[in-house]
Design a protein around this ligand. Structure first.
Ligand SMILES: Nc1ncnc2c1ncn2[C@@H]1O[C@H](COP(=O)(O)OP(=O)(O)O)[C@@H](O)[C@H]1O
Ligand SMILES: [Mg+2]
Length: 233
């Protein structure tokens, strides 16, 4: 599903941040992405979201080498990838419901169906009463929940999440993890950047770990079982 071969990643004019990356994530697998602050977690997730192309090497998503894809083909590929950005990237002039429904709006889903799905998901994540609220009036944790809801609403084949439980308390974090686990059970290949040791401990036997060693490299630890099975605590 995701194949990374001898990939170097750098920012324009800057040094190489990640060097000679090699790993494969099988379809339907669940991995954490770990490494100390500055190790390159966000940089790697951005590359997998096709936000920036590698300096060298190949990234294959859904079997397609993204370097050889024409730019026009990227939006369609991106629609199959759900992403939770570390800084949320919500649109402040749209309501919570409009933000969450955006992937469905862009995909041309029927408005009634979209609104039903959005309402159901917002109720589920506990944000039903915030549907008409604009993001500047939300707490950090609420914004994070909205960002996760927007990432999962379109039932993506791949889910990339950058520190998705970083701003929420343990109870909400548990619910959000449960939601991500449900999605993974339905087959979504999942990669979650985190340095939350509790999360890593709780899911250690069910998830694989990609560890960025801070020197540009990556160490992959195998998954103990194929799918994540989380329970609500
Ligand atoms: N937009 C950018 N331009 C140049 N360098 C960047 C940019 N974003 C991050 N970096 C650098 O890339 C390295 C990895 O950063 P990042 O991927 O954000 O790490 P992490 O998410 O693991 O904390 C850091 O040295 C950081 O300074
Ligand atoms: Mg980061």
């Amino acid at each position: 599903m995701i194949q990374v071969e001898n990939v170097d990643l750098a920012y324009p004019g800057g040094p190489v941040v990640l060097r000679g990356l090699n790993f494969r994530l099988a379809a339907g697998s669940f991995h954490f992405l770990t490494g100390k602050s500055g190790a390159g977690k966000t940089t790697l997730l951005r590359a997998l979201y096709l936000d920036h192309r590698p300096e060298s090497g190949a990234i294959r998503m859904f079997g397609e080498d993204i370097a050889t894809l024409p730019h026009e083909a990227l939006p369609a590929l991106r629609r199959r990838i759900g992403v939770v950005f570390q800084d949320f990237r919500l649109l402040d002039h749209l309501t919570v419901a409009q933000n969450v429904g955006l992937p469905l709006t862009v995909a041309g889903i029927d408005a009634d169906k979209r609104d039903r799905n959005v309402a159901e998901l917002l109720d589920w994540v506990g944000l039903g009463d915030k549907a008409g609220t604009y993001p500047p009036r939300l707490s950090g944790g609420e914004k994070q929940q909205v960002a996760i809801a927007r990432a999962v609403i379109g039932n993506p084949s791949i889910l990339l999440a950058d520190e998705p439980t970083g701003n929420v308390d343990a109870e909400i974090g548990g619910r959000l993890m449960w939601l991500l686990a449900q999605l993974n059970r339905q087959g979504t290949t999942t990669l979650i950047a985190t340095h939350d040791q509790t999360l890593l401990r709780d899911y250690a036997t069910q998830a694989g770990v990609l560890h960025l060693d801070g020197k540009g490299g990556v160490v992959q630890q195998p998954i103990m079982s194929a799918h994540l099975s989380a329970t609500v605590s």
